[in-house]
Each structure stands twice: as structure tokens, then as C-alpha cells.
Design a protein around this ligand. Structure first.
Ligand code: NDP
Length: 486
């Protein structure tokens, strides 16, 4: 065989295993740039090692870039390679999920659990079922979860998982078959004192219930191994409402701190799922008016105030196993004065408003959206979703006088009540709605002050991103230092 053909074959088969940039980056020695701070060096090493994990790099940068004042105050962290350890998950589990569809065909999806950090408690974080799920996306979500869970003040570590399965358009039987197969493998890795998953995008009460049933069946034990369970089998009252309510309590506490309130405020919301619905309900209870909401098909404008009960009705239809043709466009059937706009839900950012609440998913509020919000008088952005605001949009908002509440703190209400669900399961008790909601409200309001005070303590008053990152980080860092190199 001519030599050049042999070389070509070798190159092709080599490229199938590793792309060359990928291989060279993984073999790269640690970055030792001149004049780099500790956090800059760790970011550069991560970018070189995981160039394909874009969301994870974005999230890691967002956190590490704000930590330097705390790192300067604690030189022992660098001496003990604390950042290098905190950015690597303790464990990443990947597995195949075979299941049979309604036509009798075998389907295969990929399942994951990223067990990121257990320094302050068992791994805790949701499961996402969505075709876009990758290891990089789950590492981003799991990394965020470490600091979010720390901010709640409850003993919970950080984790995240999911699969590239899309529950949309599937029958209930297909969703059950998938969930049972997913849990058949996942049950080896989780437990009430090890790792306690919950829902996220694409995983609501239906999916949690199917997975809980399968865990119980295989392990022959009834434990609070998942949160977000149904109320008849260990779920907590107010868990459904927790993330949306918590977001609004957090923003309201900020408004109170500047002598203001939700009363009379115009609010726009991106999304119309679990987080959005209950944020909308709570804004109305506090005297504000939500004038727009969205889904993946478009957005709806209702200047009289979005009716959260109509959204609840559509949300339940979407998750009924008969969701063909169901979309937020159906809102106008119930509320004829509202206007439906087909297309990109980001249209909500064009409306004049006082407060914007992105509650759909990551990277859905872009620079041009931030510019429109500022131009139209928006003064507060509270992230209900995880990392919905792109980095350039975040910078623009903060530089233009918008009070920016990062999701890491502002949307922690869901996991906070999940922590309370774990406590109730361990005690074999159920608390009332008022008891749970009361704890949620006081912890979210307290969290705002922790974030605010930390920003001030480190010389960056009003920078809630820095306040949340440093406050969340310090508790985990202290626990990791105490536990030695592990
Ligand atoms: P849901 O699945 O209930 O709702 C998601 C909403 O966002 C739906 O309205 C959906 O529209 C819309 N959406 C989905 N993808 C896109 C997209 N690419 N562009 C625009 N809109 C989109 O999820 P949740 O409300 O539970 O979660 C929303 C966000 O909040 C996620 O980032 C999640 O990680 C985060 N979060 C959730 C918590 C919880 O307790 N639920 C806790 C903390 C954070 P459609 O219905 O058409 O799909």
C-alpha cells in the first residue's frame, strides 16, 4: 500500500477516537501564565481541558472571576489547590437507557448523573430530560448547584443529572417505560444519605413518581430518595410553588431594602412552566402586574395581568401524555383581550416594564434584550431559570444601573424546599403549607441579606453576583479545607 494512503487511514481512524485539538488540549501541561491570578489560571486550565463543554466553562468563569477578593483573603486555598478540586466533579456516571416505544421499537437514550461536591451534604440537584442534555450542560448545572445549595444554609451538596430524552409528544406509557429504565441504573448510585435527585426541565411530578416507584421496587425500601414527590407519598406542600415564590420573595426583599415594593410594578416573565407560573401568582399577590409570558412557540401579552390559573391549566395539558397541539397560544381562548405573538418568546423583553424575570432556561436573555430592557426603563432583573442571562447581557445590565439578582441565589427556593422535604421524610412528618411557605419566605429573605452583606464586606456593594458567589463558595471551601485533601 502506498505510504500516503497508509498515513491517511491512520489519521482517519485516529481522528475517530480523538479530534486533534481535543487530544492536544487534554495532554496540555497546566497553564502557568505570567501575572495571572489564581482564578485566571484555573479558568485557563479548564478552557484548555474542556473546550467542548461551553456551558460549564461559562458557569465556571462566571463564578471564579468573582472569587478573587475571597481568594486573596485566604492564601491557604491556593496552597491546597482548592479551586482545582472544586471545579472537578467527585464522580460522573454515564449509562445507556434502553426502552420500548408504543410501536414496539427499542429506543436508546443516554443517562447521566454528575455528583459534583458532597463537602456540606449529600449530592442534591435535579434531573433534566431534554434532547440538548450533555455532560457539559450537566456539569454547568451541577457546579451552580454547589453554591446555590450552600446559600440555602441547609446541608446539601451539589449534583445534577438527566438524559437526552424528550418527554414531549410521548404517551404516559412511554414516559413510564423510560423513567423505569433510567432508574434501574440510577438506583445503584443514589440514596437518602448519598444523592437525592429532583425534577428540572422535562421532569415534573409525573416523572418523579415513576422513578420513585421503580427505586422502591428495586431497592425494597421506602425512603426520601427523590424530592418533588406527590403529596400522597412523601412530597412536601409548597414544593411546587417554591422556586417561583422564592424568586419573588428574594426580589421583594431587595425592593424593601431600597424602600420600595412590588405594588404597582409592571413585570415581564420569560417562560410559562413551573417556575414562571408561581412567580406570576406571587407577583400578583404582592400587588404587581405580570404583563407577558412565553413558551417555545411564542409569547402572550396581557396588560390586565397574566392569569396564572390559565397557565397552570395549559401546563397540566402539556404533561398529560396527550400534548399534541397544546401551546401557550391557547391562553387567548380563555382571555380574549390578550394578544398572542407566534415565534421567539424573547419578544417579552421588548415591552416596557419595571422588573424582568427570566424563568425559561439558560442563555435566553441576550445583549440586545438587555439593551431593550434598559431603554424601556427596567430596573430589576431576577433570574428564575439557571443562567438565563448571557455574560455580555449581565455586564450590560449591571453597568446600566439594573439591580441584577443571579439565579444561584434568586431561584434557590426550589432546592430549599426540597431540603425541607428531606427533613420531613426523615422525621416521618408532613408540615402544613403555611409552615413550609413561612420557612421558605424567611430563608429567601435572609439569603438576600447574606448576599447583600457579603458584597458590601468585599467592597462591591450592590454586586449581587459577587455576593452570591463568595457567600456560597466560602462555606463549601471551609468544609473542604477541614476535611483534608479528598
Ligand atoms: P418547565 O419545563 O416547567 O418550564 C420551562 C419553560 O421554559 C416552558 O415554558 C418552556 O416552554 C420554556 N422553554 C423551554 N426551552 C426553551 C427555550 N429554548 N427557549 C425559550 N423557552 C423555553 O421548567 P421549570 O419551570 O421547572 O424550569 C425553568 C428553569 O428554571 C430551568 O432553567 C431550570 O433549571 C430552572 N430551575 C427550576 C427549578 C424548579 O424547581 N423547577 C429550580 C431552580 C431552577 P415549552 O412548554 O414550550 O417547552
Amino acid at each position: 500500500m502506498p505510504l500516503h494512503i497508509l498515513v491517511m487511514i491512520c489519521e482517519l481512524s485516529f481522528a475517530n477516537v480523538f479530534s486533534l485539538p481535543e487530544l492536544s488540549s487534554r495532554l496540555m501541561p497546566p497553564v502557568r501564565g505570567e501575572n495571572m491570578t489564581y482564578s485566571e489560571r484555573v479558568i485557563a486550565e479548564l478552557e484548555a481541558r474542556y473546550p467542548e463543554q461551553l456551558e460549564f466553562i461559562q458557569a465556571a468563569k462566571e463564578v471564579l472571576e468573582t472569587l478573587q477578593p475571597a481568594l486573596d483573603a485566604h492564601p491557604e486555598y491556593e496552597e491546597n489547590a482548592l479551586l482545582e478540586r472544586i471545579v472537578e466533579p467527585e464522580r460522573v456516571i454515564m449509562f445507556r437507557v434502553p426502552w420500548v416505544d408504543d410501536e414496539g421499537k427499542v429506543q436508546v437514550n443516554r443517562g447521566y448523573r454528575v455528583e459534583f461536591n458532597s463537602a456540606i451534604g449529600p449530592y442534591k440537584g435535579g434531573l433534566r430530560f431534554n434532547p440538548t442534555v450533555t455532560v457539559g450542560m450537566l456539569k454547568f448545572l451541577g457546579f451552580e448547584q454547589i453554591f446555590k445549595n450552600s446559600l440555602t444554609t441547609l446541608p446539601m451538596g451539589g449534583g445534577k443529572g438527566g438524559a437526552d430524552f424528550d418527554p414531549k409528544g410521548k404517551s404516559n406509557r412511554e414516559v413510564m417505560a423510560f423513567c423505569q429504565s433510567f432508574m434501574t441504573e440510577l438506583c445503584r448510585h443514589i440514596g437518602p444519605n448519598t444523592d437525592v435527585p429532583a425534577g428540572d426541565l422535562g421532569v415534573g411530578g409525573r416523572e418523579v413518581a415513576y422513578m420513585f416507584g421503580q427505586y422502591k421496587r428495586i431497592r425494597n425500601e421506602w425512603t426520601g430518595v427523590l424530592t418533588g414527590k406527590g403529596l400522597t407519598f412523601g412530597g412536601s406542600l409548597a414544593r411546587t410553588e417554591a422556586t417561583g415564590y422564592g424568586l419573588v420573595y428574594f426580589v421583594d426583599e431587595y425592593l424593601k431594602s431600597i424602600g420600595d415594593s412590588f405594588e404597582g410594578k409592571k413585570v415581564v416573565v420569560h417562560g410559562s412552566g413551573n417556575v414562571a407560573i408561581y412567580a406570576i401568582q406571587k407577583v400578583a399577590q404582592l400587588g404587581g402586574t405580570v404583563i407577558a409570558a412565553s413558551d417555545t412557540k411564542g409569547w402572550v401579552e396581557d396588560q390586565e395581568g397574566i392569569d396564572y390559573q390559565v397557565l397552570e391549566h395549559i401546563y397540566n395539558k402539556k404533561r398529560s401524555g396527550h400534548d399534541q397541539g397544546v401551546s401557550l397560544a391557547m391562553y387567548v381562548d380563555e382571555r380574549p383581550n390578550a394578544i398572542w405573538h407566534d415565534g421567539d418568546g424573547r419578544g417579552v423583553w421588548q415591552l416596557p416594564c419595571d422588573i424582568a424575570l427570566p424563568c425559561a432556561r439558560e442563555n435566553t436573555l441576550h445583549l440586545e434584550d438587555a439593551q431593550a430592557l434598559v431603554a424601556n426603563g427596567c430596573k430589576v432583573v431576577g433570574e428564575g431559570a439557571n443562567m438565563p442571562t448571557t455574560p455580555d447581557a449581565t455586564t450590560y445590565l449591571m453597568e446600566n444601573g439594573v439591580a441584577f439578582m443571579p439565579g444561584k441565589a434568586a431561584n434557590a427556593g426550589g432546592v430549599l424546599v426540597s431540603g425541607l422535604e428531606m427533613s420531613q421524610n426523615a422525621e416521618h412528618l408532613s408540615w402544613t403549607f403555611e409552615e413550609v411557605d413561612g420557612k421558605l419566605e424567611s430563608l429567601m429573605r435572609g439569603m438576600f441579606h447574606n448576599v447583600d452583606d457579603t458584597a458590601r464586606e468585599y467592597g462591591h456593594e450592590g454586586n449581587f453576583v459577587m455576593g452570591a458567589n463568595i457567600a456560597g463558595f466560602l462555606k463549601v471551601a471551609e468544609a473542604m479545607m477541614a476535611q483534608g485533601v479528598c
